[in-house]
Design a protein around this ligand. Structure first.
Ligand code: SAM
Length: 198
């Protein structure tokens, strides 16, 4: 089937974007074997504080919104943290372009957009395909930490984790590190779940 001109342009743009991201990641993460990963890091509050407290770990945050990533990068520069990297990237594209050998020791997702309407649920970052890809990249014993103010998204995530053969929920696990994010500050209550790669 022939592609429309618009669709072909979109695919070319996506390919160019992924090439640039791949090069940026290769340069910044040269020689790195394992990372702490934050998806949808927003202004980078949590990961900057975490990286400052854990200088021995390489921390990588991504977000779709350029302005938020710029703010996060400013924090990183101000605090002079060589173990911290932020990229403007979409989650699926980021997971595709990363060096195949790179592994995650921990992944954190804080207050992701809940997409409450049923017809928008497919836009949620937590999906079976995402948990599959994360499991491929995560060491046995590595963890996935999820926090949301939205009870239905929390239940959705818990159910997806419960059904997934590679992830096991740890109901007594300690939250790895507390630092309020921009969105957490606005929420009266929230729910957290921790899962370990089997
Ligand atoms: C509600 S904000 C939470 C930001 C931050 N985690 C916090 O707690 O302050 C959700 C963030 O996820 C980002 N985001 C949404 N979908 C994304 C995707 N597919 N890939 C990367 N980032 C995404 C948005 O741009 C937004 O900054």
């Amino acid at each position: 089937m022939e592609l429309s001109a618009g669709h072909a342009r979109e695919l070319a743009k996506q390919a160019a974007r992924k090439d640039t991201l791949r090069e940026d990641c290769l340069r910044a993460l040269d020689g790195v074997e394992r990372i702490v990963f934050e998806a949808g890091c927003g202004h980078g509050h949590w990961l900057t504080a975490y990286a400052a407290a854990h200088p021995e770990q390489c921390c990588v945050g991504i977000d779709l919104i350029a302005r938020r990533i710029r703010k996060a990068q400013e924090k990183c520069s101000k605090r002079n943290l060589p173990n911290l990297h932020f990229f403007k990237a979409e989650l699926g594209e980021f997971l595709e372009i990363l060096a195949p050998s790179l592994r995650f020791e921990m992944t954190i997702l804080l207050f992701p957009d809940p997409w409450p309407k049923v017809r928008h649920h497919r836009r949620r970052m937590v999906q079976t395909a995402f948990l599959d890809k994360l499991a491929e990249r995560t060491y046995s014993g590595g963890c996935f930490c999820f926090r949301s103010d939205d009870r239905t998204y929390f239940d959705w995530t818990t159910e997806h984790l419960q059904m997934h053969p590679e992830w096991g929920i740890d109901p007594t696990g300690d939250w790895p590190y507390e630092r309020e994010t921009y969105f957490q500050k606005m929420m009266a209550q929230y729910y957290s779940v921790l899962a370990y790669r089997r």
